[in-house]
Design a protein around this ligand. Structure first.
Ligand code: HEC
Ligand code: HEC
Length: 277
């Protein structure tokens, strides 16, 4: 049966009533599923001159908070880990150009794309973890945690601006969506001191998360896929490189940008079944 015929059958089912349609879409349901169960992630710390030793996540979070005013979110995240390693090991960390990471503020030079503190966490993973596939998994884990978490949570010892920000869920790794969702939730403007304090504390949350991840990976205690996104996995099962359509390479939460159309909901399964591999 070609695609056009399939659509006719599907249209017939609509005419035949909801029960027929339901039977049809169930019959054609895609069985392809990604396996994203939590599992232990192993890493052999190969010869890497960028060494690591256990960092106290709470102290790392406080350091990130203190560094924020010097260069914003990405800079503070990277500094919070690198400065502690420089103190312990000296070179090459002492010469590491942390100033460079000021570029990541406001979603890269104020562009509103990837959140700077996530960009900083990913940079640290890139520096300290040699294996690219392990890097990818750790980055996805932190990004997926961030999409769903209610943040900020961090409580500083001596606050720069005395304000406890309300929390919000970003449902996105983008600076723009994350900030604007928070503004909607809290009623504050994006250029307010309150919003800055929110990002300052959010930076601490992510610094804490990434130092914790690094502690776990270097002690063999790291469990991957803890924040796996079921909905996105379903989409990627058809649209990703293991599906038949292969037109997306995405792990972000799809529904922050796409809402499923009625046509898609009704026809995607049937259409997919009839597509060639
Ligand atoms: C059963 C397989 C399947 C699943 C699961 C699936 N899709 Fe699709 N999707 C399709 C097919 C088939 C098309 C049509 C593609 C074509 O003809 O090239 C499509 C088209 C699309 C399009 C473009 C056309 C339109 O309808 O807007 C978008 C965007 C899209 N899908 C997003 C998603 C998202 C987001 C999800 C998860 C909520 C998802 N898809 C889940 C099969 C699937
Ligand atoms: C940050 C926003 C964003 C996120 C998140 C996102 N997309 Fe998209 N997607 C886009 C944009 C922009 C396009 C380009 C087409 C357009 O403008 O509609 C696109 C295009 C697509 C298309 C092709 C549409 C077509 O007309 O053929 C598919 C399929 C798709 N996305 C699937 C996904 C899936 C699956 C996910 C989650 C795993 C996802 N997208 C996450 C923004 C996003």
């Amino acid at each position: 049966m070609d695609r056009r015929k399939a659509m006719k059958v599907a249209a017939g089912a609509i005419a035949g009533g909801g029960a027929g349609l339901l039977a049809l879409t169930t019959a054609f349901r895609n069985e392809n599923k990604q396996n994203k169960e939590p599992k232990n992630l192993e890493y052999n710390a190969a010869e890497n001159k960028w060494e690591y030793f256990y960092l106290d996540p709470a102290a790392t979070a406080q350091l990130a908070y203190d560094k924020y005013s010097e260069g914003s979110c990405m800079y503070a995240t990277v500094s919070s880990v690198v400065l502690q390693l420089a103190e312990k090991f000296g070179e090459p960390f002492t010469s590491f150009p942390v100033h460079m990471f000021k570029y990541g503020h406001g979603g890269i030079g104020g562009f509103g794309s990837v959140c700077g503190t996530l960009n900083g966490a990913a940079a640290l993973i890139g520096l300290l973890i040699a294996d690219k596939s392990v890097q990818d998994k750790m980055i996805a884990d932190i990004f997926q945690w961030y999409e769903k978490a209610s943040l900020p949570k961090f409580n500083p010892q001596n606050s720069v601006f005395d304000f406890t920000p309300p929390t919000s869920i970003a449902n996105s790794v983008l600076c723009h969506a994350s900030n604007t969702n928070w503004c909607k939730e809290s009623g504050f403007q994006v250029n307010s001191k309150e919003r800055k304090e929110r990002c300052r504390r959010l930076t601490s949350d992510v610094a804490q998360k990434v130092s914790n991840s690094l502690n776990e990976i270097f002690t063999g205690a790291y469990v991957s896929n803890m924040h796996s996104n079921e909905a996105a996995n379903t989409c990627v099962a058809c649209h990703g490189d293991e599906g038949k359509i292969k037109n997306t390479s995405v792990k972000m939460s799809c529904n922050s940008c796409h809402t499923e159309s009625v046509g898609h909901r009704v026809f995607a399964d049937v259409h997919y079944k009839l597509m060639n591999e």
